[in-house]
Design a protein around this ligand. Structure first.
Ligand code: NAP
Length: 292
């Protein structure tokens, strides 16, 4: 099957540039966003604007979505005027939001009942990767469906991996957040120790980043933390949404995750001080407060 007509629901920080890349790749794209103004830049690129997710589904062979949390995906997929209302049997639905694996599985089963093939396809790489079309995409669902939507995924990402059945993409995204959270804590503890022991933390970062303890967090967020730049690349409150999903999955699977729980509580300290919209490098502030 050659895919020509796509739909996109959710044109936020991630969804906007992802949809733009699909238009640039030559697909005929129909978009919908809850706040209509965010669809205007897409219309300027040549996308059609629909009045609801149902209308998007009517116009498309593949619908992609990127909204905030589990209840939001439920609303656009199976709520009033949702994708299920407009979609026919044979429609592919690729959800790129980060949501609970259990919700992804439930929605895939529910939509599957009417012949709509859903894949969970959360992404990593931030707004920079979304714009550049270099996202890592972790996909759960049927292998044949994964193959069928390859051209769509390739227009948005670079590393695209089929991780297993429905929900597996979301589980891998949560593993990504666990590893990221602990790397952040490692960066912040190293910076805090250097400072309190009287060593320039910038010198520490310079040499430690190049050795066995190096990490993306140390290289990219370490200098911002040291410089007191807490403008967000990724906000504390969005990370907390993901850590909540991690903890729900930890409970569902009886998996102890002590490090992730600790990072969640340190971020809670920041939220309690009204700093939920800071970037995640502000974790260094939580450690500073503990040491005062
Ligand atoms: N930002 C990142 O660096 C990053 C990286 C990887 C993954 N993610 C994940 O990608 C997803 C989107 O993140 P984002 O950064 O693009 O967030 P965002 O800029 O806040 O955009 C969220 C989008 O979802 C829509 N939305 C939310 N709730 C809705 C609802 N109930 N019904 C309809 N539309 C709804 C919003 O519509 P409105 O415009 O009307 O508010 C907006 O288009 C999240 O699951 C996030 O965890 C983000």
């Amino acid at each position: 099957m050659t895919i020509a007509r796509l739909g996109f629901v959710g044109l936020g920080i991630m969804g906007g540039p992802m949809a733009a890349n699909l238009v640039r790749a030559g697909f005929e794209v129909t978009v919908w966003n809850r706040t209509p103004a965010k669809a205007e830049p897409l219309a300027a690129l040549g996308a059609a604007i629909a009045g609801s997710p149902a209308e998007v589904a009517e116009a498309a062979e593949v619908v992609v979505s990127c909204v905030t949390d589990s209840p939001d995906v439920e609303a656009i997929a199976i709520g009033p005027s949702g994708i299920a209302e407009g979609g026919r049997a044979g429609l592919y639905y690729v959800d790129c939001s980060t949501i609970a694996p259990a919700t992804a599985r439930r929605l895939a089963a529910r939509l599957g009942g009417q012949g709509i093939r859903m894949l969970d396809a959360p992404v990593s790489g931030g707004d920079v990767g979304a714009r550049a079309g270099t996202l890592a995409i972790m996909v759960g669902g049927e292998a044949a469906d994964f193959e069928a939507v390859q051209p769509v995924l390739q227009a948005m990402g670079r590393t695209i991996v089929h991780c297993g059945p429905s929900g597996a993409g979301q589980v891998v995204k949560l593993c990504n957040q666990v590893a990221g959270a602990l790397n952040l804590l490692a960066m912040a503890e190293a910076v805090t120790l250097a400072r309190r022991a009287g060593v320039d933390p910038a010198k520490m970062l310079e040499v430690v980043s190049a050795g066995a303890a190096g990490s993306w967090m140390l290289t990219n967020l370490g200098p911002r933390a040291v410089g007191g730049d807490f403008t967000p690349g990724f906000m504390v409150e969005l990370m907390q949404k993901d850590l909540r999903l991690v903890m729900e999955t930890s409970e569902d699977t009886q998996t102890p995750l002590p490090g992730s729980a600790l990072v969640q509580q340190l971020f809670r300290m920041l939220e309690a001080r009204g700093r939920g919209r800071d970037g995640t490098q502000a974790i260094v502030e939580a450690l500073r407060l503990l040491a005062e």
